[in-house]
Ligand binder design. Structure first.
Ligand SMILES: *Cc1c(COP(=O)(O)O)cnc(C)c1O
Length: 428
């Protein structure tokens, strides 16, 4: 299937959209159409990889990667994504944190790496990503196991947790992790400058692994499909979803999955104190602002780039507000919910997941006729500094994460200058 930019222009094959990342006109790649699946054609009991493959196969039609899709899905979607009932009978949780780096970013990062490793050698770009934590570690982990790939990660000194930093720096020679003596915006500015540096890109072809990547969005549709199909098979009704939201990549995948015919009811977005999305749905005015630092740091986004894809799909404001609704959740509430759900649901949740549980509480009168599925986007052990004091005990570290934390690390520091990054890349 062909993909084109949200801003128009010529359509290109999916594999090219994956390699290119951002369209040359600054827009984001979207599919020319969405397949119309029938839920009854899926086996809800089969694994995530099979459901994902069936769901996204039409996007890979006539593509360079079409014959590889089955293997890509099997390699990338190879960890459990359980749908767990809670003590509240109207609420279930999809645990998206059983991958190698304990956050849902593993799904997209592993799929992207599996795709890129199948692009032939000379066309295969180096992956570059600025990260505030979870994306960088997921991309590093996914690429580290594929020696043919190279990945450069820029993260802000002092801007990530100790465990996140360990996960960024514990890899082999094909992962270059740079600790930038600046903030996240400085990291992003360096990445942007590198992408605009044509001379550098000739010497070192680059692609982005940020959540604008089509190869991250498409596989994220599969856990919405798996959870909704299972719910539908067992109860005959559509489940509603609540999604912790920052750059809108995760939530957009849910909107796309519903558009493809998956039995999904309402989609509710939960943001932290970065309220640009709820304010937009309320007023119709798109007013991106400065990023506010919150406890749910992976959602600290002042200008969510995937909104451009959502608005492309639903250009009319009335149409858009019928597709999604949103709640903003402040840090005080995040803390209260982490505490409360530890007692009432007997679950330790990360600050991002807590925003979804807070949004659930704000829904106007959830009735027994409706079931809600909240996405748990990271394991609480990744944010132990916030969670443990609130619940008054240690959070057990999942085995995959514990294995990473035992690996040795090495540290490369860099000044926030485009020249310094260039030098690192050319001398690598
Ligand atoms: C990245 C991230 C989010 C936000 O996802 P978006 O796709 O940017 O909306 C939420 N929770 C966690 C744990 C994350 O790492």
């Amino acid at each position: 299937m062909l993909f084109h930019s949200t801003r128009g222009g010529a359509a290109i094959p999916l594999a090219d959209a994956i390699v290119t990342g951002l369209a040359p006109d600054g827009g984001l790649y979207v599919p020319e159409q969405f397949p119309a699946h029938n839920a009854a054609d899926f086996d809800p009991q089969t694994n995530l990889a099979s459901i994902g493959e069936q769901l996204i196969r039409p996007f890979f039609a006539a593509d360079l990667l079409t014959d590889e899709l089955s293997d890509i899905c099997r390699e990338a979607l190879n960890f459990p994504v359980p749908l767990v009932r809670t003590r509240d009978q109207n609420l279930s949780i999809v645990e998206l944190f059983h991958g190698p780096t304990a956050a849902f970013k593993d799904v997209g990062a592993r799929f992207l790496a599996a795709c890129l490793s199948r692009i032939s050698g000379s066309d295969r770009p180096t992956v570059m990503v600025a990260t505030s934590g979870d994306t960088g570690s997921a991309v590093a982990a996914a690429c580290a196991e594929r020696p043919g790939l190279r990945v450069v990660i820029l993260y802000p000194r002092g801007g990530v947790s100790a465990r996140q930093e360990h996960q960024l720096n514990c890899w082999g020679d094909n992962v270059l992790s740079l600790r930038v003596n600046g903030d996240f915006d400085a990291c992003q500015a360096m990445v942007k400058a590198a992408f605009l540096d044509q001379q550098l890109r000739k010497a070192c072809p680059l692609t982005s692994a940020n959540s604008i990547s089509a190869a991250r969005l498409l596989p994220q549709m599969s856990y919405y499909a798996a959870a909704s199909l299972r719910w539908h098979a067992e109860h005959g009704s559509k489940a509603n979803f609540i999604v912790p939201t920052g750059n809108l990549g995760n939530a957009l995948a849910g909107v796309w999955a519903r558009r493809c015919g998956m039995p999904i009811g309402r989609i509710v977005l939960a943001t932290n104190a970065n309220t640009v999305i709820p304010r937009f749905l309320e007023s119709g005015q798109w007013q991106p602002g400065d990023t506010v630092a919150t406890l749910a740091s992976a959602m600290d986004v002042g200008n969510p780039s995937n909104m451009e894809r959502l608005r492309h799909l639903h250009p009319g404001h009335q149409d858009l507000v019928e597709q999604v609704s949103a709640f903003a959740v402040d840090d005080t509430t995040i803390e209260a919910v982490i505490k409360d759900s530890f007692h009432s649901l007997q679950m330790a949740v990360c600050p991002h997941t807590a925003t979804a549980l807070a949004a659930y509480k704000q829904l106007s009168g959830p009735s027994d006729a409706e079931h809600w599925i909240a996405l748990a986007t990271a394991h609480a052990a990744k944010f132990e500094g916030t969670v443990e004091p609130l619940i008054g005990q240690a959070v057990e570290v999942p085995p995959a994460l514990a294995a990473l934390l035992r690996r040795p690390t090495r540290q490369v520091d860099i000044e926030p200058s485009n020249g310094a990054l260039r030098e690192q890349l050319l001398n690598w």
